[in-house]
Each structure stands twice: as C-alpha cells, then as structure tokens.
Design a protein around this ligand. Sequence first.
Ligand code: PLP
Length: 501
Amino acid sequence: MSMSDMNRADTTFKYSGTVGMQHEEPLLFEHAHEAPESINLPGVDGEISAELSAFSRKQAANIPGLSEPETVRHFVRLSQWNHGIETGFYPLGSCTMKYNPRVNEQVVRLPGLAHIHPDQPEDTAQGVLELMYELQDWLGEVSGLPHVTLQPAAGAHGELAGLMMIKAALDARGQSQRRKVLVPDSAHGTNPASAALCGMHTVELKSGADGRIDLDELKAHLDDETAALMMTNPNTAGAFESDIKEICQLVHDAGGLVYGDGANLNALVGVARPGDMGIDCLHINVHKTFSTPHGGGGPGGGPVAVNDTLAPYLPVPRIEKHGDTLTLVNACDTSVGPVLGTPGQIGVYIRANAYISAFGRQHLHKIAEDAVLNANYVLHRLKDRYHVPFEGLCKHECLLTDEIQNKHGVKTLDIAKRLIDLGFHPMTVYFPLIVHGAMLIEPTETESRETLDAFCDAMLEIADACEAGDTEALHEAPLKPFRRRLDETQAARKPVLVWPE
Ligand SMILES: *Cc1c(COP(=O)(O)O)cnc(C)c1O
C-alpha cells in the first residue's frame, strides 16, 4: 500500500468529510438527511381541477434533504476539484488554454453589455453591434479573408458553416458532384465529422514522413469530385505546412476549395495570414486564440472568415454599417441561411475584442512570437530526454512521444498521470494519431519562464525515474488525488445519470 493510500485508509473523513482541510465529496444523495430541509413549498389551497389532478404527484419527489449551506458547499467543493487556468498551468496541446486576463471579465460584466438581449431592438443595441462589427473587421484583417460571420458558436460549428458555404458555391457553379473532402490523417476529429454532417464524404490523406501534407498523396486524390481540402496550419503536430502555397494552388487547379481549420491561429496571428497563403475559408476559435475560459463544452465562438468567392454565401443576418447605424440584414438570396438563433456569442466576442485591443495592431504579433518561443523553450529543455518525432523547430506547440520511456515499460498515460502528482495538469495525450504515444504540449504566450521551467523539471524528474528503473509510482500514478485512474470508457459508454439507478 502506498503512503497516500495509507493516509486515506487511516482517516475516514468521519467527522466532517474533511481531512487536513482537503475535502472528500460524496454525491448530494449520499449526503442527504431524511427530509428535505431547503425546499418549503406551501400546500395547495382549495380543490385541484380535474384537468390538473391527473398530474398530481403519486409519491414524493426524490429531492435530497439538505440545508442551503450544505447544498452550496457541495457544489463549491466540486468546483474546487476542477482544474482551471486560474489554478495552474494548463499545457493541453491543440486547445490553447491561455490565461484570460481579469480586465476581460470586468469589461464583459459592464451592465450595458451583460444585460443585453439578442432580441432587443437594434437601435437600443448599437454599442454591442459596433463591438461585433469591429471584431469582424479585425478578424478579417488578421486572417487575410475580409468577409466574416460571427454566428458559429464554436470551431466545429464554424467548420460546418464553412463547408455549407463551399457546397453552396460549388452547386452555384453547377458542380454538385463535388462532395469529396480531403482530410489529412493528422486532422482534429471534428473535421471529418463536420464534413459528414454537411452531407459530404471524406478521404484521408496520409501524412509524409515529416508529419506534413505529402504533395504526391494530395495530387493522387484530387479529381473532379473534390469539393475541398480541409487543413490545419500549423498542423496538429505543431509543424508549419511550408508547401502551403503549392497545396492551395493544386486544389484550386483541380476545381476545389481550401478550408482552413484556424484552431492554431495562435502561431500566426499578426505575423502571417491564411488568406495570403491561398486558403479560401477559415474558422477562428476565438475562445482559444483570443482568450475566454473554455472546455467542458463551452462557451465558445467560431467566426468564419472567407474570401470574395465565398462571400455571397455567408450566413444571415449580416451585421452591416450604413452611415453611423449598424443593422442586421437578412435579405440575401445566395446565403446558406442562419446557423445560430442569435447574431453570435456576444460574451465571448467582447472578451476577444478586449484581448485584441490590449495588444493593438502594433503588438498583436507578440501573441504568436511569445507562444512559439515558449513552445520551443519547452522542446529545447526536453528534447534530449524525450523522443521528438519530427525534427526542427516547432510552432506554438511541441510534440514528444514515449518511445524512450517505453524501454522501461512506461507509457504516455503513466507520464501524464504522474504529472498530476507532481502538480501539473497533463498535456494532450495520444493526439495527433499519426505518432505513437503522442504528448502534445502547448504553453501559450501567457506563461512565464519560471512556470515553464517548473513543468520541464517535473517532466525531467519523470524521465530520471524511468532511467533509474524507479517506475512503480509511474504505473500507480496519480497517488495523490481522491480519484485515481478512472474507467473513462465505462463512464462515457454507461454514464449513471439518475439516483438511485
Ligand atoms: C479545438 C479544435 C477544433 C474544434 O474547435 P471547437 O471550438 O472545440 O469546436 C478543431 N480543430 C482543431 C485543430 C482544434 O484544436
């Protein structure tokens, strides 16, 4: 039995659920007393009508009996079990978990912004429409694709909206047979899923030995059924697609369009523009590149920026400016129609606007430069002790594998779980799928050198332990949290959603 197991076994949390001020937390129902205390509804006065009596309760509602402070403490304790960017470093590759500055939260809570309603008359919402219009403009400039919709509610939703526009443009050219979407095998899972949802089918492109798109492989799959290539640049291995111009040219020559997954815009912002590279359509995960806490399904914003070719198909309503007045314009015969019930996720866009404003046009490039510098710093400190699958500098995230540690029977999962004991949220593991035992680390521009050093030291301690054959803790990890290795497959396939089951 490990030390930490002994600690737990010794102490039964019997008095208050707390030991050393660390909270164990049972389910609300396990906590509960006999009778509900916090809910005190008055009885019904008079007769219940015949229509309603059919609906009257036959047995008491299964509401746990807890006082208000007990209920509040339960949820606050659970919230404290969560890791967030405000708790510590969050190196998840592909997710761009950057710190969201406090000032963004202050701005988004200004009463005039926080209390706005999507259905209120336009003439009472001019300020918010101005912020959105301004953001559209900036995103158009940053991407090099001047026409922007803010409607899509996340990156994946942007992919669907973008593909709908591509499909509409091809149909308008009389090319409805073009339904094939080429997707590199390094792509994020949302790419093929969005294509399928849009009624297209995908063909996977095998990456070259350097983790990049292989031109011959691409050429072999281009034909008059090709609707689009969906690609991420830099790609999910953190490598810049240096053949990007030739790639776009080949797709265009074959009559297709190029969809850019902009999740990695953090590596380019203010330095290089996807539109200049030949990309026709790009979604921007503003919750990644331009801050906003995200994860667990939201909130997000996935604006799509397009070139002149696709502009006629943008979703409506469009935010337009006539003189000094902003209006939402619905009339457009060629539009793919609305893709959201509101003009966009305003809270996310106010934060994005605030983040961009803080840098300004002159300094926006610092985001990309510092993010790339930080990732290369981590790569440099770890590259002699962890296997680096693709040589050379990385962009905003660095990719390692567990190949060296495998020789000592240690896998990526063990390394990730041991990091938790050492005080760090793990990196993204087993993605991208093109390398075995992937560990994808994205520090973002918001982390200090001291934080990166502490993380690298922990990684090096793990590498040392492997080499010394001291691997027991690695296989057992995490030893410190209340919950150890969870059966995540079981949890996903057979979630227990009601009590009692
Ligand atoms: C995050 C991500 C997506 C999906 O974006 P969401 O905003 O989570 O829907 C797509 N592609 C890549 C490469 C990503 O990292």
